[in-house]
Write a protein that binds this ligand. Structure first.
Ligand code: OKP
Ligand code: ZN
Length: 349
């Protein structure tokens, strides 16, 4: 399968995140993408460098002030003190209900809170460079599909699906899957289905497309009553305005079996077929895996092959975008299983 990698992903390498009030090593680490790249090469898939600039499309899915902040965040942090080069910034205050988010404070940490949904999205010196190259890789994969490829994979980190129009969160900064979907729309695909199979609800992607009918968002994920991102992802969120009826959440309880997970996948596939999509974008989180350290679904490595095969059965040009998955050593096998399940099914059709 055509696969793009992110040659700058390693430049996003924060050291620690917060867990239960303590600083712990980051789960979202450079090894993750390395394992996927290694598995792709081992199994004969070439990796291409991004070949397009996602900037115009980023401006369609994120706000100007958020992009401006993110791009200059590290230099703003250093401007406070050169010693900050060795320190990770974290937000500590947020504009929740009744507070104003329309006025940007001058204080850096207050602005960081304005543009963050959590304190779990650590930033480092190369975060913008890595995130931007990842969005370029997503645009490149989408463009190949828009120009007739059956499928393409974007192997990148940091992930993107928690990043909303004007905020970062859940290890995500730029919404790569939204970039891919918007790219397909711009190339003339009238309706794009975006299926998110990451364990965590893709709140950012949902919010970006919530009022639109030209991108159908569907997510299968851990019930937000108990699972991150907690404040979005319920079944009664169905879209608004023009987008009413074009958002489908399929939350499942933590501990759900693979059989029940595949039942939800059937519901998702039925809705995609009914929608009449011209292309599919898959937010390919691999944390539904039984061995994932921060998630509680039970897919096996073989189940990821089955997932790829079922998606091929939709018969749609497909862009796969890597999201989460934290059992780092198994990520490569699980990612390539999806892609090869897809290609094998395609071959027998
Ligand atoms: C990102 B993606 C665990 C903290 C969990 C939020 C999880 C973000 C998941 N110590 N922080 O959807 O895989
Ligand atoms: Zn996840």
């Amino acid at each position: 399968m055509i696969a793009f990698h992110n040659p700058l992903h390693h430049r996003h390498a924060p050291v620690h995140e917060f867990f239960r009030g303590e600083r712990v090593p980051c789960f979202e680490k450079p090894d993750r993408a390395q394992y996927v790249e290694d598995a792709l090469r081992e199994r004969g898939h070439d990796l291409l460098a991004p070949e397009l600039d996602s900037q115009p499309v980023l401006a369609q899915v994120h706000t100007p002030r958020y992009l401006a902040f993110l791009q200059s965040a590290w230099s703003q942090w250093l401007a406070l003190s050169p010693a900050n080069a060795a320190v990770q910034p974290f937000p500590s205050v947020w504009p929740v209900r009744t507070l104003r988010s329309d006025v940007e404070p001058d204080n850096f940490v207050a602005r960081l809170g304005l543009y963050s949904m959590d304190n779990g999205t650590p930033m480092a010196e190369g975060t913008w460079a890595a995130a931007k190259a990842g969005a370029d890789a997503a645009a490149s994969a989408a463009d190949r599909v828009a120009r007739g490829a059956r499928a393409a994979f974007c192997c990148t980190r940091p992930p993107g699906h928690h990043a909303g129009p004007d905020f970062m969160g859940g290890y995500c900064f730029l919404n790569n899957a939204a970039v891919a979907a918007q790219w397909l729309r711009n190339q003339g695909v009238p309706r794009v289905a975006l299926l998110d199979v990451d364990y965590h609800h893709g709140n950012g992607t949902q919010s970006i497309f919530y009022r639109r009918s030209d991108v159908l968002f569907i997510s299968i994920h851990g019930d937000p009553c108990t699972e991150y991102p907690f404040y979005l992802g319920h079944a009664d969120e169905t879209g608004e305005g023009e987008g009413a009826g074009f958002n489908l959440n399929l939350p499942l309880p933590a501990g759900t079996s693979a059989a029940e997970w595949f039942d939800a996948l059937e519901q998702a596939c039925a809705r995609i077929a009914q929608y009449g999509a011209g292309a599919l974008v898959v937010s390919l989180g691999l944390d539904a895996f039984e061995g994932d350290p921060i998630s509680r679904f039970a897919l096996t490595s073989a189940d990821f092959t089955r997932l790829g095969g079922r998606l091929a059965g939709l018969g749609l040009p497909t862009v796969f975008v890597l999201e989460g998955g934290y059992a780092a050593a198994e990520l490569g096998t699980n990612a390539v299983n999806v892609l090869e399940g897809f290609e094998t099914q395609e071959a027998v059709q």
